[in-house]
Design a binder for this molecule. Structure first.
Ligand SMILES: NC(=O)c1ccc[n+]([C@@H]2O[C@H](COP(=O)([O-])OP(=O)(O)OC[C@H]3O[C@@H](n4cnc5c(N)ncnc54)[C@H](O)[C@@H]3O)[C@@H](O)[C@H]2O)c1
Length: 391
């Protein structure tokens, strides 16, 4: 492994999670960027980072920076990814990759022309060791033909009309919110595990709070759930959905059903799937991430505890602690970045990039596919009909 020099854009909820995970792998975070120079400087001091950049162009102009992590609000992803690739930097961008499929298509094309650069999207849920294990079991034929997949991604941090974040405005987050913000994690995960591509969707969305109270000062993600206070507010209209249900048809005939909500009291950050196959069924829930349930018809069901000694060879390298020593959300960032930084080493060494099923980290092509599914979901909701996913 070569030790890389990395810059992170975004100092809110998830930027510091990136900083911590990059460091756990032994790489060096050489600089950080906030929405203002003051925010960047504050984060640099708090996180012990040597440089706070005054702007994204200053970050890109730093010749020390090899890899850029983009952890800013969604509306910045397109411009920042484009500029970072053009500047010759490897990119890890937060999801969703951009806010329209026209943008994500352009980023895919740009990444293809920069074939010596790695361009990844941070669908970190793939890297829970038991999600990698589920994928391996499907690939090995242990689940049989996948008949259907059901699941959900449920949160409660936007339950009240007084809860506010940039995500609720279409301008900052994009036209879809719950689906694009958390539903895309589920869509990516299911495609990753089963290998099934989504062909068509039928969606029904609901904006529960059509007016929310926006703080006139700053607000950050999960602020109220992490004990932050509320100051003065102003009423703003909201068009993005708090809830969505989506019926799915996969290529080849399998069916699916997804529910997403950011107004489900008591569910803090729960992503769950049930994969029904002809031989077995797999169930996993991120709020109990160290257990994979395997269901059988003709023998006792199994409950597999995450333990490297019990995992398939392909999942084992991504579980770094012995059984009983729980791994969770922050570890998934470390493991996704491990896969990305390994890919950077391979490219630099002139080795062929891993492709297809061998490549584990989510690429810009994956981010583009999910944006196409999102747009089909919005079209379906607006038309009241099934919508084909364009490709
Ligand atoms: N993978 C995950 O599990 C996960 C979890 C949360 C958020 N996210 C994604 O991460 C991104 C950021 O979300 P968040 O929850 O951290 O939001 P946040 O509001 O908590 O933080 C965003 C930060 O970006 C900064 N910022 C705004 N404009 C900027 C600019 N032009 N340049 C540099 N910095 C700028 C803000 O000052 C703020 O610190 C979003 O795309 C979101 O979808 C991913």
């Amino acid at each position: 492994m070569r030790i890389r020099r990395v810059a992170v854009a975004g100092t809110g909820f998830i930027g510091p999670v990136h900083v911590e995970a990059i460091r756990r792998l032994g790489h060096r975070v050489v600089g950080i960027l906030g929405s203002t120079p003051q925010k960047g400087e504050g984060a640099a001091i708090a996180l012990g980072i040597p440089t706070a950049y005054p702007s994204f162009s200053a970050l890109l102009a730093d010749p020390a920076v090899e890899v850029v992590h983009i952890a800013t609000p969604n509306r910045h992803h397109f411009d920042q990814c484009r500029a970072a690739l053009a500047a010759g930097k490897h990119v890890v961008c937060e999801k969703p990759l951009a806010t329209t499929s026209a943008e994500t298509a352009e980023l895919v094309d740009l990444a293809a022309t920069q074939s010596d650069l790695v361009a990844a999207v941070n669908y970190n849920v793939r890297f829970y060791p038991l999600c990698l294990e589920a994928r391996e079991r499907v690939r090995a034929g242990q689940v049989g033909e996948v008949y259907h997949v059901t699941g959900s991604y449920l949160q409660d941090w936007l339950l009240y009309p007084t809860d506010f974040n940039w995500r609720v405005t279409a301008e900052d987050g994009g036209n879809l919110r719950a689906v694009a913000d958390i539903g895309t994690h589920w869509l990516d995960l299911i495609t990753f595990i089963t290998g099934l591509e989504i062909e068509a969707v039928c969606a029904d969305l609901r904006t529960v709070h059509t007016v929310r109270q926006k703080p006139t000062g700053a607000s950050e993600t999960f602020l109220t759930s992490t004990g932050g206070g509320r100051g003065a507010t102003a009423s703003v209209p909201v068009t993005t959905e708090d809830y969505g249900s989506v019926l799915i048809r996969f290529q080849g005939g399998a069916r699916g059903c997804l529910s997403v909500s950011q107004v489900m009291a008591g569910r803090k950050n729960g992503i769950r799937f049930d994969i029904a196959g002809g031989k077995a069924a797999l169930t996993w829930d991120s709020e109990d991430p160290n257990v994979l349930h395997v269901g059988y018809r003709d023998r006792a069901n199994e409950s597999l505890t995450r333990d490297p000694a019990l995992l398939s060879p392909s999942a084992r390298p991504f579980a770094n602690y012995p059984g009983g020593h729980a791994e969770g959300f922050p570890d998934t960032f470390k493991q996704l970045f491990r896969s990305v930084y390994d890919a950077i080493d391979r490219r630099e060494a002139g080795e062929q990039p891993l492709t297809g099923a061998e490549s584990l980290y989510p690429t810009f092509a994956d981010g583009h596919r999910d944006m196409q599914v999102c747009e089909a979901i919005l079209t379906s909701h607006q038309s009241g009909q099934w919508s084909i996913v364009s490709n």
